[in-house]
Structure formats: structure tokens, C-alpha cells
Design a protein around this ligand. Structure first.
Ligand code: GDP
Length: 432
């Protein structure tokens, strides 16, 4: 684990900075002069990377030999660290003691980031530029207390730590979770078997993270995905297991546990009511959606003609779903699932900035106002995105909107911002 050492005079805010970096309060005792602390390592992570932060503030120098003692402290830190954070009080500026420590730091080959702490406001931030004179490069203004600038500092730390290992090879949240669902005999097991050719051992691939043993890790398009609850698909060979009721519960649970669902349909047969129910479960659960038409090897020109008509009729309510035509049997286009899944997940996690959203909405409402009802039309006062996964929008209005007008806004929202492969929720909050 790479080590970041925090070095500096007493009371420049080292402990507060360490707390800020490790994202906890009161993990480190207050920097009270005279209180001796050990050099305690703390685990920290940022942007999916891990490192160790060592607070060297436990060391209180002798008043009569402050400079020398600070230098000694710096020496130990430098010897053991991969990156040194040298903390200076931006309000006080550089002192003689600081300069003594800098001479030591500059002789070392370790990368040093100059942290100008207590830059709580823009004015101090400007003053901090005078710290260039220390010769340690760019001063990084931070308010450890309030958090100002701490994200930028953490980014800089990661840049200086090229070898910081990712938490897992998948990043902090692990592989994306996919539900592979569909009515019996659409080819779920066959597709799983096809994908499982590249299957990896659950234990090997994600040591230290939790992958349920009923899940499978498969590689699609060069990326590892976690197919949730595939135990049932695996054991069963051709035969349906359990009642239909049990199967639908299991399908719902898999969708719930996933971020994105691949709903498998049998392209050689009409879209059935059961297919529709599964699609509805996905949209109502608010998961991203990819529709895979399986058995594409059986689709001839005739069938294609009818299928297109069926899609138009039966999938009218979800025109935004991504469709791929695959064959579990031949392997056709199975890799296309990866870009489809990535697109759907990106939409699912899209965040529209509030300013952009309201600018767009104002123009839309101006061009097409709400129809007048009883002499007046409800007005939309403000819109905001309340959340992602899936994107959820709230419209604050003077009165409830007509259902037709609300659908119009939803449709236009998609036209403007996309959301291909993801449901989008729009709710209206009329002013009381
Ligand atoms: P599940 O119930 O959804 O798991 O479906 P299975 O994987 O058991 O497949 C049901 C039947 O469809 C089996 O006879 C498979 O061989 C067949 N099948 C699955 N995928 C394809 C495909 O892409 N093309 C063709 N022609 N048959 C397939």
C-alpha cells in the first residue's frame, strides 16, 4: 500500500487534513501543543484507489530546537513515504521553521505536495500564492476544516501515486450487476453457457469483494459483468424448475438486485403477455433495460416482416429500450451486448445540470404552453433532477399538469437528453 506522509509545524492543521482525507471526523486527536501522538497509519481511498496516510503530528518539538526537530520528523516521514504532504498555514505564511523543513524535503527525491491549509476563502487562496517562494512548486490551497480544495488535493495525491492499486480491478463498486431474465425457453441457459465459455472463477476474480455464489461472472466485450442469480439457470438443463409463480418471483428478485436487465425474447415467436410482464417489472423497478431478441438464426425474411410489426405494436411504450439481435446457438452478436449494457448504464446514471434543465424547459414551455383550463394554465416554476439510477425529475408547478402535457414533457426530455436504455421518472409537485 502506498504511503502518504503529512508533515508540518504544529497547529498548521495536519490532523484536520488527515481527517478530511480519510473522510472521518475525530479519527485523529486534536492538534493540541504538548499532546504526543504516535505516527498512526490510516487507510484512505479516493476515486477507487487506496493508500495509507500517516499523520506525523504526534511529535511535538522542543521549543529550543524546533527547526531541527521538525527536520528530523520530516526525515523519518520522507524515508518511509511515497508522497509527502507538506502543510503550511496559509494565513501565517512561510516561517523560518517551515523553511528549515523545506531544505530537508528538497534534498530528498520523494514527491512533495505543498498544502496551503486554512485557505477558507478566496482571499486566503490568493495569499497562498506567495508560498511559491518556498520552492516546492505550486501551493495547493485547501481548507481542511471546511473541505474547500480537498478534492483537488486528493486528485493531486493520486497523480503523485501512480502505483496506488485499485480497490478491485473493477473499481470501488465492483462489476456491474446484470439480470438475465426472460420466460422459459427463450434461451437464458443457452446464452449463459455461451458466455460462460469465458467464465472466470468468482473467487479468483474478486478476492475481497462479495459476489454471491448464485451469481456468475462472465466476460462480454472484454469486460467482466456480474450476472445475478444464475444458479437456477445453471442447474436446470432444458427443464423448467418450480412453478411459474416461483419463477416470476425469482425474476423480480434478480431485477431488483441488478442495475441493468437483459430481457431475452424469442425472436422466432410472437411477443407474449409473459414477456410484457417481465418488461414491465424492469421499468417499474427502475432498472436500465436491454432487450435481446434471441434465436435470431431462426429469423427469415418472412418472420422479420411480422416481427417488425410486433415490435412497433407491442413495444410502443418502451421505444427507448436498446435492442440487440443475438443467437445463443451460433454466438451471433453476443458481444454487442456489452456496448448496449454500457450505453444503458450511462443513461441510467446521467445527471442533467439544473441550469441546463431549466433553460431547456423554459424554451419548451414558451414554444408549447400548457393548454388553458378554466381560464388559466398551470405554470411550471422550476425543474430539478432529484436523483439518478434511474434519472428522476421533479417539476414544481402552480397546479397539477394535464396527463397529456406531462407525457409531452417526458417525451421532449428524452429527445433532448437521450436516456437511451433507461427509464426516466418525471413527477409534478403543485404548489399548495
Ligand atoms: P431458458 O429456459 O430460457 O433457459 O432456455 P434454454 O436455454 O433452455 O433454451 C430453450 C431451447 O431453445 C433449447 O432447446 C435451446 O437449444 C434453444 N435455443 C436457445 N438459444 C437458441 C438460439 O439462439 N437459436 C436457436 N435456434 N435455438 C436456441
Amino acid at each position: 500500500m502506498p504511503v502518504v506522509a503529512v508533515v508540518g509545524r504544529p497547529n498548521v492543521g495536519k490532523s484536520t487534513l488527515v481527517n478530511r482525507i480519510i473522510g472521518r471526523r475525530q479519527a485523529v486527536v486534536e492538534d493540541t501543543p504538548g499532546v504526543t501522538r504516535d505516527r498512526i497509519p490510516y487507510d484512505a481511498q479516493w476515486s477507487g484507489r487506496q493508500f495509507t496516510v500517516v499523520d506525523t503530528g504526534g511529535w511535538e518539538p522542543d521549543a529550543k530546537d524546533r527547526a531541527g526537530a521538525i527536520a528530523a520528523q520530516a526525515e523519518i516521514a520522507v524515508a518511509t513515504a511515497d508522497v509527502v504532504l507538506f502543510v503550511v498555514d496559509a494565513v501565517v505564511g512561510a516561517t523560518d521553521v517551515d523553511e528549515a523543513a523545506v531544505r530537508m524535503l528538497r534534498r530528498s527525491a520523494k514527491p512533495v505536495l505543498l498544502v496551503a491549509n486554512k485557505a477558507d476563502n478566496a482571499a486566503t487562496e490568493v495569499e497562498a500564492t506567495s508560498l511559491w517562494s518556498l520552492g516546492l512548486g505550486e501551493p495547493r490551497p485547501v481548507s481542511a476544516l471546511h473541505g474547500r480544495g480537498s478534492g483537488d488535493l486528493l486528485d493531486a495525491i493520486l497523480e503523485a501515486l501512480p502505483d496506488a492499486p485499485p480497490i478491485s480491478e473493477f473499481g470501488p463498486r465492483g462489476p456491474r450487476r446484470v439480470a438475465l431474465v426472460g420466460r422459459p425457453n427463450v434461451g437464458k441457459s443457452s446464452l449463459l453457457n455461451r458466455l460462460a465459455k469465458e467464465e472466470r472463477s468468482v473467487v479468483d476474480a474478486v478476492a475481497g469483494t462479495t459476489v454471491d455464489p448464485v451469481d456468475s461472472l462472465v466476460e462480454i466485450g472484454g469486460e467482466t459483468w456480474q450476472l445475478v442469480d444464475t444458479a437456477g439457470l445453471r442447474k436446470r438443463v432444458g427443464k423448467a424448475s418450480g412453478t411459474e409463480y416461483y419463477a416470476s418471483l425469482r425474476t423480480a428478485a434478480a431485477i431488483e438486485a441488478a442495475e441493468v436487465a437483459v430481457v431475452l425474447l424469442d425472436a422466432s415467436e410472437p411477443i407474449s403477455e409473459q414477456d410484457q410482464r417481465i418488461l414491465t417489472t424492469v421499468t417499474e423497478t427502475g432498472r436500465a433495460l436491454v432487450i435481446a431478441f434471441n434465436k435470431w438464426d431462426l429469423v427469415d425474411e418472412d418472420r422479420r416482416y411480422y416481427l417488425d410489426k410486433e415490435i412497433e405494436r407491442e413495444l410502443r411504450r418502451i421505444p427507448w429500450a436498446i435492442r440487440v439481435n443475438v443467437s445463443a446457438k451460433t454466438g451471433r452478436a453476443v458481444d454487442k451486448l456489452a456496448p448496449a449494457l454500457r450505453t444503458a448504464l450511462a443513461s441510467w446514471e446521467t445527471r442533467v445540470p439544473t441550469g441546463q434543465l431549466n433553460q431547456w424547459l423554459t424554451a419548451l414551455v414558451q414554444a408549447t404552453p400548457h393548454p388553458v383550463r378554466g381560464g388559466r394554465a398551470p405554470r411550471i416554476l422550476f425543474a430539478t433532477q432529484a436523483g439518478i439510477s434511474p434519472p428522476r425529475f421533479v417539476l414544481f408547478t402552480t397546479a397539477p399538469l394535464d396527463a397529456g402535457y406531462q407525457r409531452f414533457i417526458e417525451r421532449k426530455l428524452r429527445e433532448e437528453f437521450g436516456f437511451v436504455g433507461s427509464p426516466v421518472e418525471v413527477s409534478v409537485k403543485p404548489r399548495k
